[in-house]
Design a protein around this ligand. Structure first.
Ligand code: ATP
Ligand code: MG
Length: 638
């Protein structure tokens, strides 16, 4: 055996011992004797803790309800309806049991899918945990999606039951859910689930006899029926969650039970330095992976408190998030760069004017966090900022800024702009996208992960094993590298920087430039709040970059309001930082950028509009009218 292989074997052994140790963070009905079955080193088929038996709901709810029944599990705040409240672990267990009893009454059993299309109210969390309790597979669909997106997910999941509410509310506007759901179900006639409607009395909900049930009526019919946690094989599916659809058709990521529980309990400790005394406020939605992992599962798995927020960062005013942090003594706040950029635009946003003394850190993920925004939030809040990089597929952070280097202290701002280092369990490598050959520090390439992926990552795509293998596992010798489809670079220190998605890389006269590099410079311009850069076909250079920029509400004194001047000074800033090759050949001032409902910029739609092409499937774009404004801006002379 060659020397290198020897080292590999011992490091694998160390990994197995490490995860065997982490597995003790949760309770098992049967502790796994086998830690990893990787079927002969085949990445796609790795199975963690295969002979273990456990239950996510037992670990997230029951064990704490037994040990600390009065500890607060869930706080909820709605800036839409002004309702607030909380549930102790004992109350949470009772509520979860009630919903589990409703599901069982409707005939839902282990392995059946339950689609949850609900606003950010406690009942949505009860619903997820109730599924986990009985071994049903939850499929949460973001409440902001309308008929098309919903119908696609119903057709993919074929749920036995759908749990919904009469309406959600966003920025003060009521959005009736039930008519959207009815229309979506009508599109998938082969699927005939029972529908349970939680009536918040916000909107009229049309009723279909023999299919629809009123939540509270059904609940009282099932009250008191004891429903035990079902012990599940570690590898049983816990949930299916579709990716955000930033790059096209969403993929149904399938997760297991045991690996996910172990991974999240571990991540809570490693990335967040959290324990049961913490109050997590993840200002996201349960429809996204951060919501699954850091609103619901991680905080509850470690017995901490989680705060569920219905509302936007701006309603009723741009300090609402900081008020909640102060009022509820939040210790860990988790958000997305897009939310911070929106807040930075607002002159009135002032985190430091609130009592943030309990707050230990601000975590962000989802998109590149540019230096300007990172520096702003750090300065405005006085708190460390911990950027972390991961995907729906992985379920928990791949890379994260180590806490002690997060820039909390003066003079430690050098890490801004990096999303940190690999978390234990992940082996990220930057490779040449064609050959899969690893590249040295300082060279840009495709970010890939070596097999096996650690616990908690996707086990396959729902009912699409071939798509799973052919999408993610096509790189490297013997296809043992998982492709993240992100473009990145690692510095000599081992810190990673995400440069954009592989699809978004711009190739100007043979030079590959990440959109994020140019955007980071533009966002540092005193008049610019946010930007999106795309590659546009060019006869001579192959591609040139075009920059779409949104102005700050109140630019710094002395900054011109003239668009032509802005374009010129933004172009020169890129020249100075990155060189003339990266300078956008057009800078277009637009009122807003097209984003997915989770706030990610949909660059492909900007590129299509710029190249005069059809924008294709934009069902995941939040507000399609933004693209009309972009078209208008492009049509007006520079
Ligand atoms: P789809 O896969 O359907 O196109 P999506 O990739 O946006 O949608 P998610 O899983 O929600 O779906 O997002 C993961 C992606 O978000 C990553 O692959 C990366 O491109 C980006 N991302 C996440 N966190 C960070 C971060 N900290 N810095 C830079 N980019 C990030
Ligand atoms: Mg993706």
């Amino acid at each position: 055996m060659a020397k290198g292989e020897d080292a590999d074997v011992s490091s694998t052994q160390a990994e197995l011992e490490y995860w065997a140790e982490q597995a003790r963070r949760i309770e098992w009905q049967a502790f796994p004797r086998t830690i990893l079955d990787d079927a002969g080193g085949d990445g796609p088929a790795a199975r963690w803790f295969p002979d273990g038996q456990t239950n996510l709901c037992f670990n997230a709810v029951d064990r704490h309800a037994q040990a600390r029944p009065e500890a607060v599990a869930l706080r909820h705040v709605s800036s839409e309806t002004n309702e607030t409240g909380h549930y102790t672990y004992a109350q949470l267990r009772d509520e979860v049991c009630a919903v589990a009893a409703m599901l069982v009454t409707l005939g839902v059993g282990q392995g059946d899918r339950v689609l949850i299309y609900m606003p950010m109210i406690p009942q949505a969390v009860f619903a997820m945990l109730a599924c986990a309790r009985i071994g049903a597979v939850h499929v949460v669909v973001f409440g902001g999606f309308a008929t098309d997106s919903l119908a696609a997910r119903i057709a993919d999941a074929k749920p036995a039951a759908v749990l919904t509410a009469d309406a959600g509310s966003r920025g003060g506007k009521i959005i009736p859910y039930k008519p959207l759901l009815d229309a979506a179900l009508a599109r998938v006639p082969e699927c005939t689930p029972s529908v349970v409607v939680y009536d918040r009395q916000l909107a009229d909900a049309p009723h279909t006899d023999r299919r629809d049930f009123d939540w509270m009526t059904l609940r009282s019919r099932c009250a008191g029926r004891p429903i035990d946690c079902v012990w599940l094989p570690s590898g049983a599916p816990s949930y299916v969650l579709h990716t955000s659809g930033t790059t096209g058709t969403p993929k149904g990521v399938q997760r297991d039970v045991g690996g996910y529980a172990v991974a999240l309990a571990t991540a809570a400790a490693q990335v967040f330095h959290a324990d049961r005394s913490d109050v997590f406020f993840t200002a996201s939605d349960i429809g996204w992976v951060v919501g699954h992992s850091f609103i619901v599962y991680a905080p509850l798995l470690i017995g901490a408190t989680t705060l569920l927020y219905e509302g936007t960062p701006l309603h009723p005013d741009p300090n609402v998030l900081w008020r909640i942090c102060a009022e509820h003594r939040v210790t860990l706040f988790y958000s997305a760069p897009t939310a911070l950029r929106v807040l930075r635009k607002q002159a009135a946003c002032d985190p430091a004017a609130h009592d943030l003394s309990a707050l230990r850190g601000i975590f962000v993920a989802g998109e590149p966090l540019d230096e300007a925004t990172a520096a702003w939030i750090q300065q405005a809040s006085g708190k460390p900022v911990i950027d972390n990089y991961w995907q729906t597929e992985t379920g928990w952070p791949i890379l994260a800024v180590p806490w002690h280097e997060s820039g909390a202290q003066a003079g430690q701002t050098s890490k801004l702009g990096s999303c940190g280092r690999p978390q234990r369990g992940y082996v990220p490598v930057i490779v040449d996208p064609d050959s899969g050959t690893p590249l040295p520090a300082g060279e840009k390439g495709l970010l890939a992960l070596r097999a096996p992926l650690p616990p908690g990552c996707l086990t396959t795509l729902w009912q699409a094993a071939a798509r799973y293998r052919d999408t993610y596992w096509t790189v490297g010798p013997d296809r043992t590298l998982y492709s993240t489809f992100d473009w990145a670079v690692r510095d000599a220190n081992g810190d990673f920087m995400i440069l954009g998605r592989t699809d978004d890389i711009i190739n100007v006269a043979g030079h590959r430039i990440g959109t994020r590099e140019i955007e980071a410079v533009l966002n540092g311009h005193p008049a610019i709040a946010e930007s999106a850069v795309v590659g546009v076909h060019d006869e001579i250079k192959g591609q040139t970059s075009w920059a779409f920029v949104v102005r700050r509400e109140q630019p710094a004194d002395g900054v011109s309001r003239d668009d032509v001047e802005l374009a010129a000074s933004a172009g020169s800033a890129v020249d100075r930082s990155l060189g003339a090759i990266a300078r956008p050949s057009r800078v277009i001032v637009v009122p807003a950028l097209p984003k997915t409902r989770s706030g990610k910029v949909v660059r492909r739609s900007l590129q299509a509009v710029s190249e005069g092409r059809d924008v294709g499937d934009i069902s995941t774009v939040d507000d399609a009218r933004v693209l009309d404004a972009v078209r208008a801006a492009l049509a007006s002379p520079d």
